[in-house]
Design a protein around this ligand. Structure first.
Ligand code: NA7
Length: 282
């Protein structure tokens, strides 16, 4: 099975690397070609058009930023659907709206391309380790075909229903992520106001029932006040917006979304979402 991979951002690079490490032949394309260099050194082939990528692939993965990017890749000029895609399978792992996932599934079907929405929970660390949680919408048989590949990218892949079910589940889990990180930031700031240090409070959280791998994983960043993006704040802002547009009723999410939006407007979008602590504490 030959793989095509489109989208070499923070997530796409480690994910495509895992398919290469598993021995698959992988062709890659990215809007900014230079980002393919680490993968070429691992054995990937760079192709300069999506058309060529499709011609040399059985399964095509897409992992790009948002609805607009995914639409450009699939339905834009020189995009996937202008190539000969008959009989192939596309797996979109980006976090986008369920509505766009369903629109793409229909567009792909008309062109003879099978389509799964398969976004992931987990940031760069789990992506590198192949331990993502993958939520899939689409045809059961297509899921079965993709499953061995998804097994190289994640620790679990769940088939949740028709197209749009994967992206719906992803918006739900990221609702909890957004609220949790905002809650951690507010807790640390409250503790600080009472002279309990971040280090002391992180130890308490970590040893308590609310301690999670997420919070433990952010501790070093928090203590160093250094936030390289494992999951960019701009993407968290996008996901809470998508949840609102999908009809979520959550006062906590509304409040967290306003907070991330304000941090984004201050230029913190490319930092990790935990940078919300720096924003709220300034
Ligand atoms: P990044 O690191 O922000 O990477 C985004 C990728 O999307 C990158 O390859 C971009 O290409 C690509 N992109 C963005 N806009 C476009 C357009 N218009 N056309 C083509 N390609 C585009 O995101 P992550 O890897 O952290 O996350 C990916 C998804 O997983 C996202 O939905 C998250 O919410 C979860 P570039 O390199 O800039 O040319």
């Amino acid at each position: 099975m030959k793989i095509g991979w489109i989208g070499l951002g923070n997530m796409g690079i480690p994910m495509a690397s895992n398919l290469l490490a598993a021995g698959y032949e992988v062709q890659v394309w990215n809007r900014t070609p230079e980002k393919a260099e680490p993968l070429i050194s691992l054995g990937a082939t760079y192709v300069d058009t999506i058309d060529k990528l499709v011609a040399n692939s059985d399964v095509i993965f897409t992992m790009v930023s948002d609805d607009e990017a995914v639409k450009a890749i699939y339905t834009g000029s020189n995009g996937l659907l202008s190539a000969n895609v008959q009989g192939k399978l596309a797996v979109d792992m980006s976090t986008i709206s369920p509505e766009t996932s369903r629109f793409l599934a229909e567009s792909c079907k008309s062109a003879g391309l099978r389509f799964l929405d398969a976004p992931v929970s987990g940031s760069v660390g789990p992506a590198k380790e192949g331990k993502l949680v993958i939520m899939v919408g689409g045809d059961e048989q297509d899921f079965e075909q993709a499953k061995p590949l998804l097994g190289k990218l994640g620790k679990i892949a769940l088939h949740l229903g028709e197209n749009g079910a994967g992206t719906s589940a992803k918006l739900a889990i990221n609702l909890l992520l957004g609220i949790t990180v905002q809650g951690v930031a507010e807790t640390l700031l409250f503790a600080r106001s009472m002279d309990i240090s971040a280090e002391q409070m992180l130890t308490i959280i970590s040893e308590s029932a609310v301690g999670t791998p997420l919070i433990r994983g952010k501790a070093a960043s928090i203590l160093a006040d250094d936030y390289p993006a494992a999951f960019a704040l701009k993407h968290m802002t996008k996901d809470l917006r998508l949840a609102r547009e999908a009809g979520v009723s959550s006062p906590l999410a509304e409040s967290a979304a306003a907070s991330y939006r304000a941090a984004l407007e201050e230029g913190m979008g490319d930092l990790d979402l935990m940078a919300i602590l720096r924003f709220l504490g300034q």
